[in-house]
Design a binder for this molecule. Sequence first.
Ligand code: NAD
Length: 497
Amino acid sequence: MREALLHIDGRPVPAEDHATMDVVSPVTGRTVARIAHASPGDVDRAVTAARRSFEDRRWRGIAPRERARVLNRAAALLSERVHDLAALETEQIGRPIREMRAQLARLPEWLEYFGAVAQTDRGSVPDVGAGQVNLIRRVPIGVAGLITPWNHPLLITMKKVSVAVAAGNSVVIKPSELGPLVPLELARLLEEAGVPTGVVNVVTGAGATTGRALSEHRGIDKLDVTGGTETGRVIAAEAGRRLIPVTAELGGKAPVIVFDDAPLDDAVAGALFASFIATGQTCVQGSRILVQDTAYDAFLARLLERVGGLRLGDPADTATQIGPLVSAVQRDRVASAVEQARAQGVTVAAGGRVPEDPALAAGQYYLPTILTEVTTSHDIWRQEVFGPVAVVVPFHDEEDAIRLANDADFGLAGSIWTHDTARGLRMVDRLDIGIVWINDHHRVDPASPWGGMKDSGIGSENAIEAFHAYTQMKSTVINTAPSGADWFGTTEPMRYS
Ligand code: NAD
């Protein structure tokens, strides 16, 4: 069994009261790691270390090109270790190794991209008229508290750390208690590449204790959270009280809108990818599959056939397509959402139960589930299940598809499947959604903004916008007039500007 300590000021340290938490395998039910459970005192030590590193300018004070060199070295180290880190993610959270390898192989790109942004981002000089020059520069914000979930432990931590550190900030990371080991590895790897100690600190522990202590700490200058909408509200309220900026990437209920001109096999493959990758545990999961009525029967028949063929199994096996849910709590949530839907009269067209295979009995498995005969008044239409459950609902025309797709509290992501690009773009225009894919789903890139509307959050990750959100502007106005104005030395009219 692995033991993991906190990472503060470049050193592994136990929690001050030696409290620990267990990380339990969702495959075997056995404890795979014991992690330190950080107290408010430990969080304070981490924030103090981060503050010291920020104030003495050991990282923010060096040229962006040197910061980029360090981040590129970290990217190279990460590429070398992808195999091991992917295996570690799989062991803790149960996501199939095939997915974790594919996902982690792309993460060096975030370090490379934000290193490049740090070197190329420029200030500006707005024309404020003769006699004055106005220089606008961007400077780092300070110490950021990064709070991350378990479903993509390294991807989401990387999205936040890469941009925060490239912009010259120092950070304290609070990873999910269900998947904390790889974010800890990332902190060590960044230091190995040359990020000075104290710039990246990690405090592991529960949300209600360690996470709360971090979000309430007065030494934090920015909060950046990915998690459930209720968690986001609590953390954003704290940021509001303290008047510090907050980025919040929260829940979703993504529509997958399939028009009858989309090639059937492509649309079905796309819907499967949208709904069941990560065993449905993604914020952009295609949980509402909307199909044009003229294609509905053929689509549903083909979808059910494909769902029946998905391979559940040990996530460490490269042939496995669907792993377990992350925990018993998560499986109970999924099962009770499906039971409630059944009780409300919804039809369970596939899945809707725990698999019978005795080889899977020790794990938190749940069959990929398709629900039909769902209306907008059913709870399952609205609630984020965060598991392998999708509803399939017919629509008549564009207007009807827009009405259904926008009928949600969330507005994170969605996809449109059609060969008619003009129609796709017309639809995008009217969807209250932050990320829309046409003939694709789930695609993420460091250069492409990622953020939701409505209850899905505030602000966005990735791209130059995220870099700017990790900086604050400093405006310097220089008087270039040959002699100074003397406001009180004259009664002549003067311009006040
Ligand atoms: P969660 O809200 O339970 O936890 C997220 C993180 O917040 C964890 O580190 C947790 O320990 C911490 N936390 C919990 N309560 C806290 C509190 N009161 N104060 C401070 N920290 C606290 O979410 P989860 O179960 O880990 O992840 C699933 C949720 O995350 C889903 O709702 C999903 O949609 C969302 N998510 C969103 C995105 C996105 O990009 N929008 C991506 C992935 C996941």
